[in-house]
Write a protein that binds this ligand. Structure first.
Ligand SMILES: NC(=O)c1ccc[n+]([C@@H]2O[C@H](COP(=O)([O-])OP(=O)(O)OC[C@H]3O[C@@H](n4cnc5c(N)ncnc54)[C@H](OP(=O)(O)O)[C@@H]3O)[C@@H](O)[C@H]2O)c1
Length: 331
């Protein structure tokens, strides 16, 4: 089968190429999926540049989410059948014609949802939902601040926060030219990060601060986060987009005195330790899409051969929303 293979770490796309590799077969509790479409993620870029903890071994086939049809089920898998339309999280290997994953992380797709849409859902929307519900424990009317608001997860949060009863939604973006796209996706207030950010967030909340901060920027914005979080607020760190070693967390006294909690979230780790929670989130967002409560907008990439250029777009911070590539679909 054909797959996108990263042969060694690189800042560019020079070591990413399409190769013919062995087609996987499912072991116990696993399934293989004929991949119609696969999601492209910033996490692929973090793997490509060799960030610690993202690649088990080189060469590496990236790809963390797919939609397609079940090809084969392994021993002990009774709730999925060959030919069934499914969306799934993959532990890498999704950007290939046949993906291998655990059955517990594979979810049937409601009839109303296309394979293209379904492929863009697992990472973007399940991450956003779990961040809000499991990690940040969003309460009714809670104000939310999201960093990197114009990306895929950021745009999913723009829909989910109002859909599940949140309050004012504030987003930050890395460059002024990204403000418009975050506004378009639904943010009430969008601020380009830079001088005056703390004052701008406070002003947007009438001085009271935000109840929840969702931050994928390592620890680089943590001082800002602490300064704008209201008493009782929760800060969730869920990424390290800039790479490098995150700084130590603030001393306990600062958290005690500030009445704030800092937590972390990783959907990959949760998928390993509590896969049923991750699958439940995917089922819930697929149901919300099928019933018209969420709208997934994706940018369709023509083929696996075009994915390295998309990875570079994301690496340069020039991405906009969610990218999904056609793999074997003829649509
Ligand atoms: N923990 C989890 O389970 C989980 C799951 C999915 C994604 N994530 C993380 O969430 C973040 C957003 O993911 P996504 O899929 O929405 O990605 P995306 O659409 O590619 O957005 C990534 C954004 O990160 C920001 N950024 C900050 N520093 C950057 C740098 N040095 N290089 C490139 N971009 C940089 C840019 O936005 P600004 O310019 O606006 O800052 C960029 O648009 C990523 O950091 C990803 O690793 C975490």
């Amino acid at each position: 089968m054909r797959a996108l293979v990263m042969t060694a770490p690189s800042q560019g796309s020079d070591r990413t190429q399409i190769q013919e590799i062995d087609t996987p077969r499912p072991g116990p509790g696993e399934v293989t999926i004929d991949v119609a479409y696969a999601g492209v993620n910033f996490l692929d870029v973090m793997a490509r540049r060799g960030d610690v903890g993202y690649v088990p071994a080189w060469p590496y086939v990236p790809g963390l989410e797919v939609a397609g049809t079940v090809r084969e089920v392994g021993a002990g898998v009774s709730d999925l059948t060959a030919g069934q339309r499914v969306a799934a999280f993959t532990p890498g290997g999704g950007l290939s014609e046949v993906a291998l994953t655990r059955a517990v992380l594979t979810v049937p797709i409601p009839d109303q949802i296309s394979l293209l849409t379904a492929a863009g859902t697992p990472m973007m929307f399940s991450t956003a939902l779990l961040l809000l519900t499991d990690s940040a424990r969003l309460g009714p009317g809670d104000n939310v601040l999201v960093h990197s608001a114009s990306g895929g997860v950021g745009s999913a949060l723009a829909q989910l926060v109002p859909a599940i009863g949140g309050g004012l939604l504030i987003g930050t973006v890395g460059r002024p030219d990204k403000v418009a796209s975050a506004q378009k996706s639904g943010y009430d207030v969008v601020i380009a990060r830079g001088d005056g950010l703390i004052e701008a967030v406070r002003a947007a909340t009438g001085g009271g601060g935000v109840d929840v901060v969702l931050d994928p920027l390592g620890t680089s914005m943590l001082d800002v986060d602490l300064a704008v979080t209201a008493p009782g607020g929760r800060i969730v760190l869920f990424g390290n987009a800039g790479g490098g070693q995150p700084a130590p967390l603030p001393p306990a006294g600062k958290l005690i005195g500030g009445n704030v909690a800092i937590g972390g979230f990783s959907i990959s780790s949760l998928g390993a330790s509590a896969p049923e929670r991750v699958a439940a989130a995917l089922r819930r967002v697929l149901d919300m899409i099928a019933t018209g409560r969420l709208d997934v907008a994706v940018t369709k990439v023509d083929s696996l051969a075009d994915v390295p250029a998309v990875h570079q777009l994301l690496a340069d911070g020039r991405g906009n929303g969610k990218y999904v590539t056609r793999v074997t679909s003829t649509e």
